[in-house]
Design a protein around this ligand. Sequence first.
Ligand code: AMP
Ligand code: ZN
Length: 462
Amino acid sequence: MTRSVDPFVPIMPGQVGLYACGLTVYNYAHIGNLRTYIFEDILRRALTFFGYQVNHVMNVTDVGHLISDADEGEDKMLLGARRMGQLAWELAEFYWQAFRQDLRHLNILEPHIWCKATDHIPQQIALVQTLEAKGFTYTLEDGVYFDSSKLDDYGKLARLDVAGLQAGARIEMGQKRQPTDFALWKFSPLGQQRDMEWDSPWGVGFPGWHIECSAMALHYLGEQFDIHCGGVDHIPVHHTNEIAQTESATGQKPWVNYWLHGEFLIIAPDESGKDEIKMSKSKDNFLTLAYLEEQGYDPLAYRYFCLTGHYRSPLTFSWSGLDAAANAFNRFKHHILELRGQAQANAPLAEAHFYAFQQAVADDLNMPRALAALWGLLRDAAVPSSSKYATLLAMDAVLGFDVANFAAHEEAVPAEVVALVEERAAARQSRSWGRADELRQQIIALGYSLEDTPTGPKVKRA
Ligand code: AMP
Ligand code: ZN
């Protein structure tokens, strides 16, 4: 909002209310979406690291996000459902679970509260009623709209040139009074029964995307809270409209004290022939975390890759860039495994390096500088190994590489377990499902977990 780095002062001492816009679950997350969730995870971990108690709320957009952010086109969920020959409800559940799996693989902490838009329709209707009672709405044949001309600070987050928009957009805005007006409630198209629709005081239909986030953030975090996040694409429309309708409804300003937005991951024109990739979930072909895993990359190498850029700068994805990050991450892992043998309880921290790291994190999450502090520590021959290890563990509270468990993942799987895994693969090949299940149970009984992936079974210590 201020376009500057400001000191963070919480509303309630020691506590932070944090709202992050969640995924629109009509397809898998692409690695650009995941960049934003990695940034938000670093933010949450950093706040916790500095002693705050964070209440992290994330929505699941499972209805109402139309093809165009300006309320036009079809609902992305219904389009996705048609593509898959499924109900929108099934689609939402499937892609939400797939998203949660991506979060686990990236070691992103799940929010304290997950909230689905479809579970909070009454709150959204109530918010539209409040806006209606205060005179901020008007009704057209396809829905109830927010009248942005009623606010003199509409567009303050994006610093929109409202008059310019008004002059330029006469044709595309349809029946809307101003181009910046937006739908609060959309009516189901006449004669069509939608898979997701609800009764409302204005007619059967479904909520607008922006009202969902306002209603749920209000419900879980209150009329004023600390931090709201999302990607930069949310600044001009989604967050602008969240602010407009919420502050109009509550009369409280400001609704949110700090807005933080992650810049985009962009794809470099390709140097390696894999140039089919795109960064749009609405296209069929785009980069997912699962695809990186199929190509043999550790998801945490992608996490490392993201931390090599500052969240407020665009980051260009390329396979060579990812390879470089994967190499650095492997070297880091290697150091950890070596140092771990010399770990000692209560070893003192390497204060100077740890301080440099904390300074970098506290300075608007400067993770490239934090990584430089980490490598500075690893290279410093004057620091004893036990202190290095203890300091790296402490840094990992923010970095989230799960350093403490590296060694466990890396430990060679005993020959006995490998033999069982191979026997099970053979049993599956010959379709002896009962035998395969028995072998799986034996593997679990020996303390290992087994996951079947597109590249074959993955075994690790449970
Ligand atoms: P969506 O599923 O479209 O609602 O987006 C989920 C999150 O990903 C939002 O916070 C978006 O702002 C963010 N996002 C979308 N595209 C990108 C991208 N290319 N790079 C980084 N973040 C993105
Ligand atoms: Zn949102």
